[in-house]
Design a protein around this ligand. Structure first.
Ligand code: HSE
Length: 318
C-alpha cells in the first residue's frame, strides 16, 4: 500500500526521573524538540534516513541504528507492514547526551508521524513501546520515562514495564521547571553503567517513600512535600561525579528559592522547580553562574509541567 503523502511531526524534549523516580517518571518541556518527516516509498524493503538540523552530525546516520529508524521499524513490524519502505527526514534539534530526552524525541516524532500517515491505526499511548525500541538502540535499555511524556505530553508515571502501565498525572499549572544544559556530553549508557545494582532494604524503602510522597505533593500542590521528596538515593550519588559543577549548581538553585533540584534524566542537564516564574529566572541565573564557575557554558529552558506532547505540524498530499 503506497500512501502518496508526507507527514511531519514534532515531539518535545523531556525531563526524566524527577530525582526519586528513576526510570518511572518524566514530563514534557515546552519549546525545543526534534521533527521527523515520513513518506512511504515505492521500493519496498528498506528505510532511508536523511538528517538535518543543528545536531545532525552527532547521531547515527543509518536507519537501523538511529532511534527514529529503529522506532519506525518496530511500528512497521507491529502493523504487519515490514515490506513497506519509509523515507525518513530527521531534523535533529536536541543535543544528544544532554539529559533532555534527545533520542526519545526523535523516536517519538518518528512513530507519531508514521502512525498519522497510516491513518492512526494505533492510539498515541500504544506508540510508546515502538519508541522504547529506539531507546534500547540508543542506550541498551528500553526505558519509557522520556518517550512516554514526549508522546503524551504532561507528567507521566510508569507504574509497570511488564505489562506497560502508564499513568498521566495532572500537575499544578503554577509550577515551573528550570532546565540548565551545561555544554558537555554524558552518554546515557555511561551514566547507567556507573549505577549500583544492589541496594540495602532501607534505601529501597526511603526511595519508595519519596516517590509516593512526590506524587502526592504534585497532585495536591503541596510544594513543601514536593521539595522534601526530591531526594534520589539511587542514581544521583553516583552520577554527580559525571557533571562538573552539579553540586554547586544544586546548592545555588536551592539558595535562590528552588522547591527542589536534581539531575535531568541521566544528565548533564540539571532541573529545578519553582512556584513562581520570576523566581525561576533567578534560579536559572544562579545555576548558570555555578556552571560558568565550573568552566561550562550552558543553555536554559523554563517550562511548565503541562506541556503538550507530540503533534503533527505538516501534512502534504502528492
Ligand atoms: N531514566 C533514564 C536514566 C533516563 O536515568 O538512565 C535517561 O534519559
Amino acid at each position: 500500500m503506497i500512501v502518496h503523502k508526507s507527514v511531519t511531526a514534532f515531539a518535545p524534549a523531556t525531563v526524566a526521573n524527577i530525582s526519586c523516580g528513576f526510570d518511572i517518571m518524566g514530563f514534557a518541556l515546552e519549546g525545543e524538540g526534534d521533527k521527523v518527516t515520513v513518506e512511504v516509498d515505492d521500493s519496498p524493503g528498506r528505510e532511508v534516513i536523511s538528517i538535518t538540523g543543528k545536531y545532525a552530525g552527532l547521531v547515527p546516520q543509518e536507519p537501523g541504528k538511529n532511534t527514529a529508524g529503529v522506532a519506525i521499524n518496530a511500528l512497521l513490524k507491529a502493523a504487519g507492514k515490514e515490506n513497506i519502505s519509509v523515507k525518513i527526514t530527521l531534523e535533529k534539534n536536541l543535543p544528544p547526551g544532554s539529559g533532555m530526552g534527545s533520542s526519545a524525541s526523535s523516536a517519538a516524532a518518528a512513530v507519531y508521524a508514521l502512525n498519522r500517515l497510516f491513518g492512526n491505526p494505533f492510539r498515541t499511548i500504544d506508540l510508546i513501546p515502538f519508541a522504547m525500541e529506539g531507546e534500547r538502540a540508543a542506550c541498551g535499555t528500553a526505558h519509557a520515562d522520556n518517550v512516554a511524556p514526549s508522546l503524551l505530553g504532561g507528567f507521566v508515571l510508569i507504574r509497570s514495564y511488564e505489562p506497560l502501565d502508564i499513568i498521566q498525572l495532572k500537575t499544578p499549572s503554577d509550577l515551573y521547571c528550570v532546565v540548565i544544559y551545561p555544554h558537555i556530553e554524558v552518554k546515557t549508557s555511561d551514566a547507567r553503567r556507573v549505577l549500583r545494582r544492589d541496594f540495602p532494604l532501607n534505601v529501597v524503602t526511603r526511595q519508595s517513600a519519596n516517590t509516593a510522597a512526590l506524587t502526592a505533593g504534585l497532585l495536591t500542590g503541596d510544594y513543601s512535600l514536593v521539595g522534601r521528596s526530591m531526594n534520589d538515593l539511587l542514581a544521583e550519588p553516583r552520577r554527580t561525579m559525571l557533571i562538573p559543577g552539579f553540586a554547586i549548581a544544586k546548592k545555588s538553585a536551592l539558595e535562590a528559592g528552588a522547591i527542589g533540584c536534581g539531575i535531568s534524566g541521566s544528565g548533564p542537564s540539571v532541573f529545578a522547580f519553582s512556584s513562581d516564574k520570576n523566581r525561576a529566572d533567578k534560579i536559572a541565573d544562579a545555576m548558570q553562574k555555578a556552571f560558568r564557575e565550573a568552566g561550562l557554558n550552558s543553555d536554559r529552558i523554563i517550562s511548565s509541567l503541562n506541556a503538550p506532547g507530540a503533534k503533527v505540524i505538516n501534512e502534504v498530499d502528492f
